[in-house]
Write a new protein. Structure first.
Lengths: 326, 326
């Protein structure tokens, strides 16, 4: 079994080589090469390839193009989301619409979506129908999730269950679909690929909640700004849980803090103090553990069902990227 | 055989009913219902259904959802193109980005693209792989065509062959793919579906050139503004042919007219006078006839190959929408 790091480097190399990406029209393909060259964790590509290996017992490398397709779709959503969010940078570099313009971002994104579908059906012709169905269903859900995310920014009362449903669609569905699609390409039947999907979906929700948590309680070597979500009033699991559990007095203070736009350091400290009083960290940890727990239950079935303990590699990979026992 | 008009009405009804279109999130699906309710000619849907009938001998209605999928994809391209072109109206009504905003237009468009793929693979599961491949290849070409169209607006010297290649990708590929996809769904083999594709592609180029011609030489009951392309300096087949054939003196006058922004009536009259001198109408008619002629050659083969003279219905439909012998 190739190392996770090797899989990541292979995807980077595949994109860098870009053998399958046309160069004309240049204004269409240059932004695609650019965004794909900004190296990420390549989680979706690696999960796809691992799921292929797990289902088939064959080398994960056989599913390199398929993994690249899932990763390209993910990058398409980033390009369009960055336009919609008016984001100036992505992974420390200018976003596509900043470096070129919004029209180029829209159309390059559309092309990445189309190419990802093309790569999917080209890479495993014998399974193309089921791959395309799983992929298109996931794509619709991702769009719905992004719209719900934009809607929530404008709405007053978001229930935690709505938030979970939003992150499920926006983030976890594609994690699940990467596993499902890899498994289908590797010859898994519908039931097995559905279990793989569900496992990924549950783990994906836990990952997103962990992301929310790290904004307020970052680990030692955390790259991002601490409290960025708090400063932006982002309706994360933490804030929504605080709003739901606060007593009237805490609610008044919390709302005052949400209206604070000048003293951001004081805002972050104030919100964190309320989080402390309401034990938001513990609540969030409990939710994360609950989703990881459900994923583990699913993993047990998959470990039992799939020969040679192959499924263990996926749990090991998720453990590595989560930095915790999954 | 159902009448063409009935097929069109069925597609309108299918969209109006929108049984397959979710209603939540509302801000995502309302624009989709809106754009699909703006009734068009539904050319792509009808061609898909006719090709299905031609290939299978079964009722065109069996391919209603498949036809609707192709039509939805076409409408996705309109929504995104309208954002990129900053177009205020579409079919006499406000464009999606005008009625909502650009973000809603981007994301509703993405969703239409994803849904069209989902409908395609759902409607004919046994052929889903080949349908998805043909569809994704067409989608990539359409994006390339749109970028070339935007590029040409900024470039000085566009050769007529580049223009033909641009309209082929932007418009004709989807006409061809509608026939190809309908034929594949109806059980056609690769060779037959490729011939159907090529027939549609050739006819599609002829249609676009006819569109170019009608801007300057409109038929009696023409809905659009006469000379709109001339006023906008749009690099149509007519203008590019004039630029290529003009003598130095005519070129000076033509360039002066292209720089005219105030006296639009004078501009149109002046350009039309140059067109007259250079026999641009005749040149364009010759090109249209050449593409229709190539399409007719392909049609002959298809008429001979497909039993019961079934292919004739497609020629008849194209004749109806072209308003001339195809």
């Amino acid at each position: 079994m190739t190392s996770f790091n090797q899989l990541r480097e292979d995807i980077d190399a595949y994109f860098q080589q870009c053998a399958d990406i046309q160069h004309s029209p240049e204004r269409l393909y240059a932004p695609i090469r650019y965004i794909l060259a900004l190296k990420g964790k390549r989680i979706r590509a690696i999960l796809t390839q691992l799921a292929y290996y797990v289902a088939s017992g064959e080398a994960a490398q056989n599913a390199l193009k398929l993994g690249a397709a899932l990763e390209m779709f993910h990058n398409f959503t980033l390009v369009h989301d960055d336009i919609m969010d008016n984001a100036p940078t992505r992974r420390g570099e200018p976003t596509v619409h900043e470096k070129w313009d919004a029209n180029v971002g829209i159309l390059s994104g559309d092309t990445m979506f189309a190419l990802s579908m093309q790569w999917i059906v080209e890479s495993f012709p014998q399974a193309a129908g089921s791959l395309a169905l799983a992929f298109s269903q996931a794509a619709v859900a991702v769009c719905e999730g992004q719209m719900e995310d934009m809607d929530f920014a404008l709405e007053e009362n978001i229930h935690i269950s709505q938030y979970i449903e939003m992150i499920r669609k926006k983030t976890s569905v594609l994690i699940g679909a990467s596993l499902q699609i890899g498994a289908l390409a590797g010859g898994a039947d519908k039931a097995l690929s559905q279990k793989m999907y569900r496992f990924g979906e549950l783990a994906g929700i836990a990952f997103q909640l962990q992301d929310d948590l790290m904004d307020a309680y970052p680990p030692a070597n955390f790259g991002k700004q601490v409290g960025g979500d708090i400063i932006e009033n982002k309706k994360t699991f933490l804030l929504l849980t605080a709003l739901e559990n606060a007593n009237p007095q805490q609610l008044i203070i919390l709302n005052q803090l949400l209206n604070e736009t000048e003293n951001t350091a004081g805002k972050v400290a104030g919100v964190l103090a309320i989080y402390e009083e309401l034990e938001i960290r513990k609540h969030t940890e409990t939710a994360i553990e609950s989703y990881f727990g459900q994923a583990r239950e699913m993993a047990k079935e998959l470990l039992a069902e799939i020969p040679d303990n192959r499924f263990a590699v996926i749990a090991a990979y998720l453990e590595e990227i989560a930095g915790r026992k999954v």
